[in-house]
Design a protein around this ligand. Structure first.
Ligand code: BGC
Length: 478
């Protein structure tokens, strides 16, 4: 789904949107006990302001040299200091690992209006997510080789940008140490290692292509760069997909963990916040529910990525499922029984939330489809209303927390106008996410601050190529 971007200021904001979201109002068909069960997800303005305050503190700790080691929001230095000029040219390869699919891309930057992208998605065997690091990187190299041979690129010395969407401590554009796995990955022997070396070694082991990994980047950075190629005022990159995170353009002098922060001739540095870890020190307990705690326990990284687990697509569906199962156990939904499928962990996909909320009020076409996929039969309108209500509770908390994060960053940057490049399945496919984000940001921002939320296309393609271009040009100058 492609969205057109819209620019809103406070004055343009009317009461219209208020009725779009059933803020605090309970639909009549929903049982009061169900209403009480989801109450924990409904965070009010006061709590949102508190989230912004707490997050501001954590971001400052991440940026400062003295506090960085104990900060939960790490604010990693990306080593990307140049936003695109629109003059970048050339042919680059890109790898994209970190979401629900693995992709290999060939990007040809011909002109600002002509960027050719050829890509292939590969089925990513789930067993690889928890296997050995060697198996993972051998698989990436194998897919890359297949792609290069298919397109006759095996003898070309092409630079490669590696979009690796996990928390990485970068020591340069082409050196990044994995700090922790997230989003269900747990491959052995990778944490603490330079992932560029691991990838390049796997490529070289094959000896059947001439690819050179010149840059590693986070998906948020690719998203920002890709958006900035067309929107010069883009200063923030956001992902709300399987995981969630944001990056932004900071003054180099504030990026204290960058060696040259006081001497660099370049005024800016993109900071990869890694905001998913916000709350890992307990400061977000006031917006978490008992269901969040259950989800957390069954993930491979309990106690970690607290903010992400409240926001992103990997977890939203499971949150809904847990609430529903609780309501069924209390005989408040589906006549107290449910399907085998619904009893399986992670069986309620987050995309179902988008589907269910796409139905017009009083209609249940998508909802019925979801219910039938889950093997739930014979439910009545109040059940469907309740399901929709639970979905809305989970998705609106996600959008509110995301709005808090963006407002924290905008306040920290102290700017009055900004474009935010966004990617990720939740933002793209949820029918109201964009509007909810916009609505809550408006409520939290200082009057007069203008922002534009823009879908950023091909962050891991065009964005990765732009970062690789920076790396290649940087080397040429040395
Ligand atoms: C990772 C981030 C990434 C985000 C979105 C998180 O789990 O830690 O590096 O940007 O997911 O993909």
């Amino acid at each position: 789904m492609k969205r057109t971007s819209r620019l809103f200021t406070h004055s343009l904001f009317g009461p219209v949107l208020k009725i779009l979201f059933r803020e605090g109002k309970m639909p009549s068909l929903v049982n009061t006990e169900i209403e009480a069960a989801v109450k924990g997800f409904l965070i009010d303005q006061e709590k949102m302001t508190e989230v912004v305050e707490r997050m501001t503190k954590e971001i400052k700790m991440g940026l400062a040299k003295d506090t960085h080691s104990r900060a939960v929001i790490k604010c990693f230095v990306s080593h990307v200091q140049d936003l695109p000029t629109g003059k970048e040219r050339g042919k680059y390869l890109a790898l994209d690992l970190g979401g629900s699919t693995f992709r290999v891309l060939l990007v040809n930057l011909l002109s600002v209006s002509d960027v050719e992208i050829v890509s292939k998605s590969f089925n990513f065997p789930v067993t690889l997510m928890s296997g050995s690091g060697k198996a993972l990187f051998d698989f990436l190299a194998e897919c890359l080789s297949e792609f290069c041979h298919y397109h006759g690129l095996q003898n070309e010395s092409l630079p490669l940008g590696f979009t690796f969407s996990f928390p990485v401590q970068q020591q340069g554009l082409s050196k990044g140490i994995l700090v922790a796995w997230t989003k269900g990955f747990s491959c052995e022997g990778v944490v603490g290692r330079n992932v560029v070396t691991l990838l390049q070694e796997a490529i070289d082991r094959r000896g059947d292509m001439k690819v050179n990994t010149v840059a590693i980047l986070n998906d948020t950075v690719g998203t920002l760069m890709s958006c900035a190629f067309y929107h010069p005022n883009c200063r923030i990159g956001l992902i709300v997909g399987t995981g969630s995170n944001a990056c932004y353009v900071e003054k180099t002098v504030n990026a204290e963990c960058f060696e040259g922060y006081q001497t660099s001739p370049k005024p800016s540095m993109i900071i990869n916040c890694e905001w998913g870890a916000f709350g890992d020190n307990g400061v977000l307990e006031f917006v978490r529910t008992t269901y969040d705690k259950i989800v957390d326990k069954v993930t491979p990284n309990p106690g970690k990525q607290t903010f992400e687990k409240c926001i992103s697509g990997m977890y939203m569906g499971e949150l809904v499922r847990l609430v529903v199962m609780d309501m069924v156990a209390r005989d408040l939904m589906f006549h107290g029984t449910t399907s085998e499928k619904m009893q399986e962990r992670w069986s309620f996909k987050s995309s179902y939330i988008s589907d269910i909320e796409s139905d017009a009020p009083g209609e249940y076409r998508s909802c019925n489809k979801v219910l039938s996929e889950l093997g739930i039969v014979g439910c009545q309108e109040p059940d469907k209303e309740a399901l929709r209500f639970i979905c809305e509770a989970v998705s609106s908390r996600s959008a509110k927390l995301c709005a808090c994060g963006l407002v924290t960053i905008i306040n920290k940057m102290n700017i009055n106008e900004v474009v935010i490049g966004i990617d990720g399945s939740v933002y793209r496919f949820h029918p109201k996410y964009h509007d909810m984000l916009q609505f809550h940001m408006k409520k939290l921002l200082k009057p007069g601050v203008k922002f534009e939320l823009v879908v950023s296309e091909d962050g891991s393609g065009r964005g990765a190529a732009l970062v690789a271009a920076t790396a290649v040009q940087g080397k040429a100058k040395l």
